[in-house]
Design a protein around this ligand. Sequence first.
Ligand code: GCV
Length: 729
Amino acid sequence: MKTATRTRLQLLIFVAACCVSHFACAQFYFENNDGYRLWQKYDTIEDKVTRQQMREKLKTLNISGNSATTKIIREELKYALTGLLGHPPRLSQKLEDQQLIIGTPETLPKKVYSQLNPLEKLGEEGYRIRSLTVQGKNLTVIIGNSDTAILYGTYHLLRLIQTHTNISALNITEIPKIDIRVLNHWDNLDRHVERGYAGESIWDWHKLPDYKYQRYYDYARANASIGINGTVLNNVNANPDILRPEYLQKVAALAEVFRPYGIKVYLSINFSSPHIIGGLKTSDPLNSEVAQWWKSKADEIYQLIPDFGGFLVKANSEGQPGPGDFGRTHAEGANMLADVLEPHGGIVMWRAFVYANEKNEERSKQAYSEFKPLDGQFRKNVLVQSKNGPIDFQPREPISPLFGATPQTPIMMEFQITLEYLGLSTHLVYLGPLYEEVLNTDTGAKGKGSTVGKIIDGSLFNNTISGMAGVANIGSDRNWTGHIMLQSNWYVFGRLAWNHEQTAKDIANDWIRMTLTNDHETVNTISNMMMASRETTVNYMTPLGLHHIMGTGHHYGPGPWVNNLGRDDWNPVYYHRADSQGIGFNRSATGVNAIEQYHPELRQLYAKPETTPDEFLLWFHHLPWEYKMKSGKSLWDELTHHYYQGAENVKQMHKEWLKLESKIDPHPFNQVKMALEIQEQEAIWWRNACVLYFQQFSRLPIPSGLEKPQGTLAEYKAAQFPYAPGQGG
Ligand code: GCV
């Protein structure tokens, strides 16, 4: 071969190799930064001083114990510290070498744990992280009464490292305030996720029980890292097939993956299962054959899954069967199930989301009317699970009056993490402020300070069991939640379920530092953006207490004009009640009197428009368009301004984000940028459609200084979205 030809060939090979390796590098880079790792990114701490300080304290570790959980702790720490500190830690058996020691009273050396007593108050899940001096040597110790507790402690320590917190003088004691901290997956057996906007369900029922995706383990890791200790695997609109033996094998396979992470599995059940899959003539809870069928089913489940958590039940709601079909009460239905689970230590989470057209009562009042009289009738292992508001996960609702109404029945919180009514998965909406607002609301149930948080954690009424559920926003998209920023909603749910007294702001800051950047200024910018995002969305969707004015079925986009659905209380026009006189739903004493269900403090607050906070005004009152608001503006002007402000704030948020290009990894940066482009357009869509629609009734001009909406109301009304994701049914 001639030299020139050879050189050309070599050059070609070199270029090809470069291309391949560049491609491989780029591929690796993007895979690593595509959001899959959630907040468990363990990239090397760039700041040398911080890294060095941490490394000095964490060179040698000992994790005592030989359980599957302690193995996970070992692996997680090796992986995390190698990444974060740039060096693998050394595992040592010799106390004199060790710098970080993790264990339980049974496994730790006495001279270490004796300094940390008493530990009883920690219970089974609490932990302590302490900097100690033992025999003249400085140590960091994580101790708890169970392996799960020390796993939680380990994730806490990792969080401190990830957020660059000084770890030299630690004295942390953490005990969860709520017992049952569960995700509710509305996942169907065909992998469709009802109200899911992040791809199909992560549960591949077809390949289970044999094929266990790495994602199942990563799901468990992520949940354990924020203290979530349970998961309801299937939709509350439950397919009875989930209880067939072949499906229970699949459930058992998942339970096995989750067990070492301290996560129990629960199932949503269909109340008619005895009839549908058991072949019985009835599913009447008071029929002895039915009770026997459930008993055998429970025994079968516990044979396979000894730590099975229990059942979640949607009964007599939106077409689901229930005890009401047989003239029985919710308590009779729940208790029958509770009795078969009780010997195994299982519980029933019975949903309060019930409303029926046949009842001559306004929808927001029905859950209270149904459940308040049943207080005291439920078995000890039943929790009544209520949505945060009296209607349905709207961008803003007052609290459900059930919180504080049933001293003898533990009421469990159900928050929605998925954004069914807040923009599916393209709107940046951090839900921390919504959760915080609800949890901090003072119900007045036992005088001042009777917050929702204290009711659901059981402390106000000394309930023996407590719980908080979050309807998951997880799917099989690489970034889990469809929009990387919406991972923060999963994260904040878990952190608040552990301790509802933490602030949404602090949690947002942790999430940003662990997921996006530790750069102080950028953290502040993003954190401000996140904290304002929920109010922004309320403004461009449902300001001043408006609610339930979204598109039909898919709940995508505005639909205040919808008036043709089968039931009155499915129609947006039922909720906003706009007419030439004014707008809003009179739920005060002169109207449907929903306020009577609240304790006096809230009842008085909501009784009159003058005392009602602006954010709930049209929830409780129907007011004239010219009504004078606290700001001095007319109601029409105020409403319009809110809509415009909401859209303007999205524009600003978008601008702020664009300035962060050099501060954020390109992959998340671009994902969020594209989503914000959509959100900006959709905020304007909401604004224009709603303002034009309500203007037909107010017949008032759009206030001066605000641009006129482009597009006509007819065009907005004509838009159809038959294939919008996540639909129910
Ligand atoms: C799972 C709303 C949702 C339904 C959901 C229901 C519920 O109506 O639109 O998709 O069904 O709430 O919480 O049961």
